[in-house]
Design a protein around this ligand. Sequence first.
Ligand code: SAM
Length: 288
Amino acid sequence: MRPFPDLPEGFDPASVTSGAFGHVDNSPFSAQMIAGMDRLSEAQAVVELRRWSIDSLSLHAGQRALEVGCGPGAMSLALAEAVGPTGSVNGIDNSGLMVEEARQRSADYAQVQFDTGDAQELRFGDGEFDACYSERVFQHLDAPELALKEMLRVLRPGGRVVVVDTDWETVTIDHPDAATTRKILNFVTDDFSPNGWIGRRLPGLFRDNGLRDVSVMARSLLVSEWDPATEPAAIGPPFFVVLPQAQERGVVTKHEADRWYAELEKLAREDRFFASLTMFGVCATKSP
Ligand SMILES: C[S@@+](CC[C@H](N)C(=O)[O-])C[C@H]1O[C@@H](n2cnc3c(N)ncnc32)[C@H](O)[C@@H]1O
């Protein structure tokens, strides 16, 4: 497998897990993570999910909104547009680097404040917010159920909540070796991701918490171009991390992994690459 050009000296692929997004500040790839989020912000699937989320939150001027796991803050700024200068938005993230990046990008928005904080233990009082939002964060958490309970605690009765996340078992990759593809993708879903099925679990989690007016939407990210020389990941976690770990766990042999990756690279070079991934958005109202 061709090594990713920016790998630091002595890099150990086993040191990176999907949980890396839970500890961005310790990762040698934090800059790539931010760049990846910026790229995703432009993908049609994400643009449409975010538009649906903003519409579903039904925000008005002067209201107060919270984004949990805000990353570099793109959606917090969209929430700020919705509540206007008389409203306010709090964005929290457990990464100081993300919070710093978000602060730099929000200089023109006096109504937005970014702070570090843990999704599973919010530092806000009960019922403080009119709307709460979280996108592609629950998949990285030890206890996504607790994060939802915390969002609902700080939401006022009648307030609206949206959680968006990926379901890793929805990944498709067009590859002639279906058996190896399935083994690798099942490994990503079941063993690499702490909450690989979180996308499909969200509607049930919402109902378990007594939420009403639950609505669900889904959009698929479609990837038909991939440059293996510059992009470590075509879709999902980087192959240079996933494939060695899958070998270590006995999911695939080195020969299978090398052959599978070489074929994928060949398809990409021949402009024949295609992969997809489905994300779900769930919206509901907190009962009075
Ligand atoms: C895939 S990024 C998504 C960021 C942003 N929501 C977006 O859609 O661009 C996941 C984010 O969750 C943050 N995160 C991970 N674990 C967290 C936790 N326990 N509490 C708060 N934020 C967390 C990461 O630092 C990262 O910014």
